[in-house]
Design a protein around this ligand. Structure first.
Ligand SMILES: *Cc1c(COP(=O)(O)O)cnc(C)c1O
Length: 402
């Protein structure tokens, strides 16, 4: 799906970290890695952390997430986004997706925040997720959330290298989280980064990330901290990866273009790629995603005012989404797997996850439908042209024969 590419550049950096003796765990590669990423994304401050989840968690703590507060977020995401909210004791409130790229339905997110605030709830943040490497509709979101007085935390775990409106993913809102997990666009084996122009936010997160040590000659603590820093050795690996980030993105784009050319006549569409709503959006092509038999979603595209079902605590939660009914995505994943090709389901929406069954959600049915019809294709820069051709012929066979 998304195998990491490491080589000579990474070896050089990691060896330097080891030979310099800076393994304890911070050091000059951490500082340089923070500077280089901040510069690349165009933000003032960066904090290297042990994971993207940690970056989300610390940003939320700084924004005041705690028991009794709410955080509104994309439902279609990896569980880490929602888990970070739950760590703080705040309650997650999920918002459905738009059909064309699977990113959060911006109008619905603003509606959710407005509704909760009208009910007297303390909404401390909203987290849109840049799904599969495509930035959300930030101009509308930033303006709308600013008007409502709710900070925007960008989950850019999947979108380093993407752009919108001439701005880089990771630079939107009050703060953003990046992930350098092994399967992401670039990796430190495991790691993440918190980005912001707000010096106080990053300074506070920096303190929290090292067990909240006060500047005293002894260990003095006035708040509960975490052990969340990235090590110097892994930051060195990240600097090697960053040197070749543009090449890896170019290869992923090339792979996506090959799929697009090969599948032009099949009854499927690409998530994100064909969205004509913005021609100033540039994905990082992290994972290429197709939606099978897209007519249902297509119909909805012209009807933004779909029924908005709101689920709250009192609602009876059905055992929805856990049934073993076979969907178009299930069939394709199984058929490709039988040919040793890794094709995966999209993120199962959080409002359909048993663990979040009692959390409030503003839903339209779009993310559930995308989950049933969407799959991600092998997209890693290490794939050979022969392997891509194998994927293309296997997928063409499956889709045309069913
Ligand atoms: C990977 C990912 C995260 C978590 O990042 P880790 O570094 O694995 O903790 C958060 N959000 C999204 C959308 C992700 O894909």
């Amino acid at each position: 799906m998304s195998q990491a590419l490491v080589g000579e550049a990474e070896e050089r950096y990691v060896l330097d970290a080891l030979r310099s003796g800076w393994v304890a765990p911070l050091g000059p590669h951490v500082d340089a890695f923070e500077r280089e990423i901040a510069e690349r994304v165009g933000v003032d401050h960066a904090l290297a952390l042990s994971s993207g989840t940690a970056a989300l968690h610390l940003a939320l703590v700084h924004l005041g997430a705690r028991p009794g507060t709410k955080v509104v977020l994309s439902s279609m995401t990896f569980a880490a986004t929602a888990n970070a909210v739950v760590y703080t004791g705040a309650e997650p409130v999920f918002v459905d997706a738009r059909p064309d790229d699977g990113n959060v339905d911006v109008e619905l997110m603003l509606h959710a925040v407005r509704t909760l605030k009208d009910e007297g709830e303390d909404v401390v943040g909203a987290i849109p997720v840049d799904l599969f490497g495509r930035a959300c509709e930030y101009p509308t979101l930033e303006a709308g959330l600013a008007e409502l007085g709710v900070p925007l935390l960008e989950d850019a775990a999947e979108s380093l290298g993407a752009h919108l409106d001439g701005r880089a993913a990771g630079s939107f809102g009050t703060a953003a989280a990046l992930s350098f997990n092994g399967n992401k666009i670039m990796t430190t084996s495991g790691g993440g980064m918190l980005l912001s122009d707000d010096a106080d936010l990053v300074a506070h997160a920096r303190k929290l990330s090292t067990q909240s040590r006060e500047p005293f000659p002894w260990y003095e603590h006035t708040e509960v901290g975490y052990n969340y820093r990235l090590s110097n050795v892994l930051a060195a690996l990240g600097r090697g990866q960053l040197e070749r980030l543009d090449d890896m993105i170019a290869r992923r784009r090339e792979i996506r273009d090959r799929y697009a050319a090969a599948f032009a006549d099949l009854p499927l569409r690409f998530l994100g790629r064909e969205s004509s709503s913005r021609d100033d959006a540039e994905d990082n092509c992290w994972l290429t995603t197709v939606v099978l038999d897209p007519s249902w979603v297509e119909e909805r595209r012209g009807h933004p005012a779909v029924v908005q079902e709101r689920r709250g605590h009192s609602a009876v939660v059905e055992e929805r989404g856990t049934s073993l009914e076979t969907t178009p995505a299930d069939k394709l994943v199984a058929a490709m797997s039988a040919q040793d090709i890794e094709v995966r389901h999209l993120w199962k929406p959080m409002h359909l996850q048993p663990v979040f069954a009692s959390s409030p959600a503003f839903t339209t049915g779009v993310s559930e439908d995308l989950f049933q019809r969407g799959v991600t294709l092998p997209s890693g820069p290490a794939l050979t042209d022969d392997q891509i051709d194998q994927v293309i012929s296997a997928l063409t066979r499956e889709v045309t024969s069913s």
